[in-house]
Write a protein that binds this ligand. Structure first.
Ligand code: IMP
Ligand code: MG
Length: 173
């Protein structure tokens, strides 16, 4: 495994994102809606860098990617995101890859009556996007490789690594 982003590099960047978000959401009813499970570590680190009143909510989005599936096969469970109506929502995910997940979730949260919806990701993969979506906040641009750690998994493993690493060997991407 090759380390792409060290723990220190990530924390520096997350601190900067926190300051940016803090400046942008002064006096606003901020709810950070984190997409399970990949954004958990980012969520924990990021909210501690934002000195504003804020709420935390959780969404689960599972896509069943197969030969015949499309973006609309995203199954959303928002049982832990009960009250986004009238709130300024910041959707938080680990990585922007094709963009299908986040763009579908932006629509979903808007339909639930959010006042505004912005997006934040730790990583965006170069050259992979299929859906136009410019994240409002993002940490790092990375090359098109399968990465794990800092919340990101391969087959539900490696999420606990404090850094982001490129996984080599056979894997889905
Ligand atoms: P998208 O809908 O294609 O943008 O995919 C976003 C989701 O795919 C993320 O929330 C991740 O769970 C997963 N994903 C995409 N690329 C990677 C990767 O390199 N490592 C781990 N998970 C990834
Ligand atoms: Mg994932």
């Amino acid at each position: 495994m090759k380390i792409l982003l060290s723990e220190a590099q990530i924390l520096d960047r997350v601190r900067a994102l926190g300051r940016q978000i803090e400046a942008d959401y002064q006096g606003k009813p901020l709810t950070i809606v984190a997409v399970l499970t990949g954004s958990l570590i980012l969520l924990a680190d990021l909210i501690r860098q934002i000195q504003l009143p804020l709420r935390v909510a959780l969404l689960q989005a599972s896509s069943y990617k197969g030969a015949t599936t499309t973006a609309s096969d995203l199954v959303i469970n928002d049982a832990f995101a009960p009250d986004v109506a009238g709130r300024d929502v910041l959707l938080l995910d680990d990585i922007l890859d094709t963009g299908h997940t986040l763009s579908t979730l932006v629509r979903h949260v808007s339909e639930r009556g959010a006042l505004s919806v912005r997006t934040a990701v730790l990583l965006r993969k170069i050259g992979r996007q299929e859906v136009h979506l410019e994240p409002d906040y993002w940490g790092f641009e990375i090359p098109d490789a399968f990465v794990v750690g800092y919340g990101l998994d391969y087959d539900d493993d490696y999420r606990h690594l404090p850094y982001v690493a490129v996984l080599d060997g056979p894997h889905a991407s």
